[in-house]
Design a binder for this molecule. Structure first.
Ligand SMILES: [Cu+2]
Length: 125
């Protein structure tokens, strides 16, 4: 009887230990709510990087810092637009739902050259 109890205890503790260990591992690998962050800058008349590759269906946060003045960030085809305030970081969440190449551009007039302030998001499978 004593032996059965200690075997049971061993099985229980081993199971709990593996479960706890696995949970810790899983949490470390993919923290809850974690999303890939892509840092960008916006300044007269360019975004850096100007080309970003994303995976279809994978949520991403763009953290865009407007360095020199106010700018805009617009991706008409994905229905996304944001104001980028000078000196601030603006977070834009994107969940690309289809593959393709989508242009983003500045839609807040920022001077002569504003019309060339654009870039591309490439969404792949
Ligand atoms: Cu502009």
């Amino acid at each position: 009887m004593k032996q059965i109890i200690s075997v049971t205890a061993l099985v229980v503790f081993t199971t709990v230990g593996i479960t706890a260990g696995w949970r810790r591992f899983a949490t470390a690998a993919v923290p809850a709510g974690a999303e890939q962050v892509v840092r960008m800058t916006a300044k007269r008349f360019e975004y850096t990087p100007s080309e970003i590759t994303l995976k279809k269906g994978v949520p991403v946060i763009l953290e865009i810092t407007a360095i020199d003045r106010d700018h805009g960030f617009k991706i008409p085809e994905l229905g996304i637009r944001a104001d980028l305030k000078s000196g601030q970081v603006t977070r834009v969440r994107i969940v690309p739902d289809r593959t393709g190449t989508f242009e983003f551009r500045c839609d807040v007039f920022c001077g002569s050259g504003h019309e060339d302030m654009s870039g591309e998001i490439v969404v792949v499978d």
